[in-house]
Design a protein around this ligand. Structure first.
Ligand code: PEP
Length: 255
C-alpha cells in the first residue's frame, strides 16, 4: 500500500450468504471491531441484506455495497436490480464483473462496461473485478487478459469518474480455492494494471487509483499481501463472513 498516494480499502464480498438475522449479528460484531480502522471498510452484501446493513451501519465507518447491478435504468429484466434502485436506497458501492458473474451468469467485458457506466451514472462507486483463469496464467497471457478487461470496462469513463472506481485484481484460480497469489504475483499484476490505467488516462490518475487484490486473502496472509506497494487493500470473500477474521484484515490495512 502507498497511503500517501491513494486510499487503502478493505471490502467484503458476502456472495450468496447470510439471512437477515445472520447479517445483523455479523454487522453488529463488526462495527465494534473495525471502528478505529485507518482504511476504508466496505461490506458488499446480498440485495436482501442491503436495508439491514444500511440501517445498522448508519453513523459508523462501514460503507455498504451491492454485489451487482443491471445496466438499464428500468424495464423488462425480471430478477435484475438497477443502479438507480441501489443509489436511491443509499447504497454507496457496487461490485461489477466478479468472476462468478462472468463464469456462471454469462457476464462479458462488454456487459461489465455497460454496468460500470450505469453505476457511475447513478452516482455509485464501483469495485471493478478483473482477473485471469489458471490456464491463461499458464499460457503466459495474464497481462493481455487483465489489460483487455480493464480497457473494455473503462470505455467511456472520464478521468473525473475514475475517482469513483476501485479495481480489484482477482486471479480466478485464487477465488474461494484457498490458493493465494504470492505477494509478488499480486503486486506485479496490480502494478501492470496501474500502467494500463496510466496509458488510458495519465500517471497522476493511475497513482491515485485504489487497486485491491482478491483471492483467498485471509487473516494469516493479509499482512504480507498488503505490504506490497501496489496492493491497496483487498476484496475479501470467505474471510469476510467471520467478523474477527475480517477485522484482522482491516487491522493489517490500517498499519
Ligand atoms: C471474492 O469473492 O471476491 C473472493 C476474493 O473470494 P475469496 O476471498 O473467498 O477467495
Amino acid at each position: 500500500m502507498n497511503k500517501t498516494l491513494r486510499k487503502a480499502i478493505i471490502a467484503g464480498n458476502w456472495k450468496m450468504n447470510k439471512t437477515r438475522p445472520e447479517a445483523k449479528a455479523l454487522i453488529t460484531d463488526l462495527i465494534g471491531l473495525v471502528k478505529d480502522a485507518d482504511c476504508g471498510v466496505v461490506i458488499c452484501v446480498p440485495y436482501t441484506n442491503l436495508e439491514t446493513a444500511l440501517e445498522l451501519t448508519a453513523g459508523t465507518n462501514i460503507e455498504v455495497g451491492a454485489e451487482n447491478c443491471h445496466w438499464a435504468k428500468s424495464g423488462a429484466f425480471t430478477g435484475e436490480i438497477s443502479a438507480d434502485m441501489l443509489a436511491e436506497m443509499g447504497v454507496g458501492y457496487v461490485v461489477i464483473g466478479h468472476s462468478e458473474r462472468r463464469q456462471y451468469f454469462g457476464e462479458t467485458d462488454l456487459t461489465v462496461n455497460q454496468r460500470v457506466r450505469a453505476a457511475l451514472d447513478a452516482g455509485l462507486k464501483v469495485i471493478l473485478c478483473v482477473g485471469e483463469l489458471e490456464a491463461q496464467r499458464e499460457f503466459g497471457i495474464t497481462e493481455e487478459i487483465v489489460g483487455m478487461q480493464t480497457k473494455v470496462a473503462l470505455q467511456g469513463v472520464s478521468e473525473q469518474e475514475l475517482k469513483r472506481i476501485i479495481i480489484a485484481y482477482e486471479p480466478v484460480w485464487a477465488i474461494g480455492t484457498g490458493k493465494t497469489a504470492t505477494s509478488a504475483q499480486a503486486n506485479e499484476v496490480n502494478h501492470y494494471i496501474r500502467t494500463v490505467v496510466a496509458k488510458l488516462y495519465n500517471t497522476a490518475a493511475a497513482d491515485a487509483l485504489t487497486i485491491q487484490y482478491g483471492g483467498s486473502m485471509n487473516a494469516g496472509n493479509a499482512d504480507e499481501l498488503l505490504a506490497q506497494e501496489d496492493v491497496d487493500g483487498g476484496l475479501i470473500g470467505g474471510a469476510s463472513l467471520k467478523a474477527a477474521d475480517f477485522a484482522t484484515i482491516v487491522k493489517a490495512a490500517s498499519k
